[in-house]
Design a protein around this ligand. Structure first.
Ligand code: FE2
Length: 251
């Protein structure tokens, strides 16, 4: 069985809680769909842990921005957080050049998109691998969804929006409306969002990820102690307080 995690966003407490949960599940492989860093106060620590536990890493828009430059669609708040993250991860002179270089190389090894055993893994969408948002409201946009499904062979796991659920030809379904599980093969084509470990935005502040045994996807929610993360974000002037406050509400 695989665990598929995404959007950790420098939230060490959430990542540790999820890895503790994974420990008891008999998981053989961990896949991360990107955005290990950005927004949160512990990007280096999260990168180092991810490097030691994952079998496959997909490139998120935050790694892409740190490595190759910040794209114009980042909000001023996200841009400021990203500039701070880049300094911490790649330019911290209290650490050795070798360590900084190894973190850069690790992020550069992240795949933009990949397909394993008939399943595609991507951060955003099969049409825009690192950057396209497919939000629940997009399910009503038939033209957008058709274009995305045209790029999709059949089954695809993604992250990026921090909103767990599935998109099929009928629309969007949140895990809470399908008993937190989905059977592959129920639809011809489906885009499966695994949710976010470190910054959920579906109104549930618990960390989110999925397990996948080749047939069934199960969404799991894990409680963790949010307050230390909030305090750490408040202590960094470059990280907007909103990035802390939103964790409490999962928005
Ligand atoms: Fe993200």
């Amino acid at each position: 069985m695989k665990a598929i995690i995404s959007d950790i966003h420098g939230n060490l407490e959430a990542l540790r809680a999820v890895l503790d949960d994974i420990d008891g599940l008999g998981v053989k492989e961990i896949i991360c769909l990107g955005d290990v860093i950005g927004y949160g106060p512990d990007p280096k620590e999260c990168l180092d842990i991810i490097q030691s536990v994952t079998n496959l890493n997909i490139l998120g828009n935050h790694e892409e921005a740190v490595l190759y430059g910040i794209p114009p669609n980042f909000t001023p708040r996200a841009k400021k957080a990203l500039e701070w993250t880049r300094k911490i991860v790649l330019e911290d002179e209290t650490e050795s050049p070798e360590l900084r270089e190894s973190r850069r190389k690790f992020m550069m090894s992240f795949k933009v998109q990949t397909r394993i055993e008939g399943v595609t893994y991507v951060h955003g969408s099969p049409r825009g691998p690192t950057r396209e948002y497919v939000l629940p409201r997009d399910a009503q946009d038939k033209k957008k969804m058709k274009a995305i499904f045209d790029c999709l062979e059949d089954f695809c796991f993604c992250g990026h929006t921090h909103t767990p659920g599935i998109f099929n030809y009928e629309g969007f379904t949140h895990p809470s409306d399908m008993f937190d599980l989905y059977m592959l093969g129920s639809d011809e084509k489906v885009l499966i969002n695994v949710g976010s470990v470190g910054q959920p935005r579906d109104g549930d502040p618990r960390a989110c990820f999925v397990t996948f045994d080749g047939d069934t996807v199960v969404w799991r929610r894990v409680e963790y102690n949010i307050e230390p993360v909030v305090e750490k974000i408040y202590a960094v002037p470059e990280l907007d307080n909103f990035l802390a406050d939103r964790l409490r509400e999962g928005r």
